[in-house]
Design a protein around this ligand. Structure first.
Ligand code: ATR
Length: 268
């Protein structure tokens, strides 16, 4: 009987192209956990209702994606430190009367860097491009890795300064970048979506630098720019799978293997 199987889901708008159901189905198979995971499109003005309906129907927890991560933060009755630091939640767990809100995006990025790409940010100079939701999620976990420096650059400079004060690092506009080099440059802007390139100086990459685009599934102008300037490059597919694994751990207490799932998605 299906009623016995624990239900999970991802909520977003749009959500049709989400890879999360595929990823969690793989995790469940691999770990022998009996659960279902579906993609649910919540109406733009109906996120809280969609969550309570899912909970009432036996949902155990869910992921939350664009544009509902801030609303999910508001909905949570308990929050982890990394959710508080982000001001956004991508993972909810229904605990009796409580709703635990967590944010696994930053852990996903750090685990991809350290575990899959063999690129530990400890002691390195990090440049984070963008100050929107995607950047907010990763600030605290990056700082916890003890980089030499984290600088947040954003088109709208005050947002970068505001965000940097949350993480006790530095921030400003792109005009602060000329003359500086970084070992790790992370693109957390929405520029790639529009086929745009954040306005970085030509010599931004230090020797051996890694350019990381949180986007995945296509070669972005950012990655092309970086490759042409001798940087190593990575897209965000590893982060996607790692944030999912971290959410799976929050719900089930078991850590799935990520490498085979990343490989599977790359080949798909
Ligand atoms: P997300 O949740 O994906 O981060 P968001 O909150 O809308 O989305 O934030 C988008 C980010 O991409 C912002 O940092 C935005 O810069 P502004 O704050 O100045 O708007 C950045 N961004 C979007 N298009 C960009 C472009 N063409 N060049 C540089 N930055 C861009």
């Amino acid at each position: 009987m299906n009623a016995m199987i624990d239900r999970y889901a991802v909520f977003g708008h749009p959500i049709a192209h989400s890879k999360s159901p595929r990823i969690h189905a793989e995790f469940a198979r691999q770990t022998g956990q009996a659960l279902t995971y579906e993609a649910i499109e919540a109406p733009l003005d109906g996120f809280p209702y969609a969550i309570s309906a899912f909970r009432a129907a036996g949902g155990c927890g869910c992921n939350v994606t664009v544009p509902f991560k801030e609303q999910a933060y508001q909905l949570a009755s308990l929050r982890t430190d990394r959710a508080d630091a982000a001001g956004a939640v991508n993972t909810l767990r229904f605990d009796g009367p409580d709703i635990l809100g967590d944010n696994t995006d930053g852990a996903g990025l750090v685990n991809d860097l350290v575990g899959n790409l063999d690129f530990d940010p400890a002691g390195l100079r990090i440049l984070l491009l963008g100050a929107g939701g995607a950047a907010r999620g990763v600030g605290l976990p990056l700082m916890e890795r003890k980089p030499a420096e984290l600088f947040i650059a954003n088109r709208t400079a005050y947002k970068a300064r505001e965000l940097s004060s949350r993480f006790d690092c530095y921030g400003g506009g792109y005009d602060a970048l000329p003359g500086r080099q970084f070992d790790l440059v992370i693109n957390a802007t929405a520029a790639s979506l529009a086929g745009d390139l954040p306005p970085m100086p030509d010599d931004i990459f230090a020797r051996g630098a890694l350019a990381y685009d949180m986007m995945y599934g296509r070669d972005t102008p950012f990655l092309t720019f970086a490759r042409e300037r001798g940087a190593k490059v990575a897209d965000g597919l590893g982060m996607l799978v790692e944030q999912a694994a971290e959410a799976f751990f929050v719900w089930r207490g078991i850590r799935p293997e990520t490498a085979p799932v990343i490989k599977l998605l790359r080949e798909a």
